[in-house]
Design a protein around this ligand. Sequence first.
Ligand SMILES: [Zn+2]
Length: 330
Amino acid sequence: MRKRNKNKRKQRQVAIISGGILIAVSIVLCIKFIPKHEEQKLQITIPNENQNGTSNNTESNNENEVENNKDQSDDKDKVEENKLDNSGYLSFEEDPNADDAAMVAENTKGLLNGTKHYPVRTDGKKVVYLTFDDGPSTTNTPQVLDILDKYNVKATFFVLGSSIDKSDEAKEILKEEVKRGHAIANHTYGHDYSYLYPNRTMNVNNIVSDLEKSQNSMKAVLGEDFSTRVIRLPGGYWSWEGRTAMKEAMEQNGYYNVDWNALNKDAEGKMKNADELVQCTKESVEALGPNADSVVLLMHDTYGKEETVKALPRIIEYLQSQGFEFRTIK
Ligand SMILES: [Zn+2]
């Protein structure tokens, strides 16, 4: 009896010791992983904190919106982590703020005052797509994101792989664009006209390879699962010769090119101040006529576009006053 009791006690002791070891190992593992996680979170907030401190509240509001269509998870950390590897990038079918790129491309074909007669939409909506090209930049994109949050407006960022690869901060800003529910589109890697359009003619092989290179830069930051069907060729699809071959290549690769039909002129002619950019936007949208119900507005969030940032609140307020709904292109 005694021996058996002793044995039992021994077994219990062994159980307690191994239990202790297990707990200790778990604690060590936790300590090892938690700081990594915190580090990622900290990095994400860097762009906002650097630029201004007003965004944090609105940020969480927007996050909630994006998450509305998904299963609500109690594990907030897990949700955060998923977004980092881009599980948070919803397709246009899932994203309540996004329209199908194929439809947008068709509805807004052509440059300013193009061939389209409005209205073109069949759902009776009046929609504007804010688009920002050539970013992300560490100087202007964070403020653009904060302003969009303030107005609870979503936009489409036509990013360059070369801008993403410029710095770690730029990469964090790209993640932030996704996290806040915006759409990401491909504007090629290098934006180099002589490489993409020698003799003003599209070099389809160069264009496709530059788009792929840019897509790889996005994947390196957002995760291998990330892809975007939306492209915008630098200078606009309709500006170059050789469109037939390019059209075939786009069909093969599942790309949809979306140019623009309105612009704030922040990249045309002489440098304009914020007042002039607001004025140009109004004129450009008005030129489409009173029935325009599908407006793609071209702007830039790259380096040197500080006046665009200054003009953006007034541009949004103007479009709101005209009854436009803001949607993204996916
Ligand atoms: Zn561009």
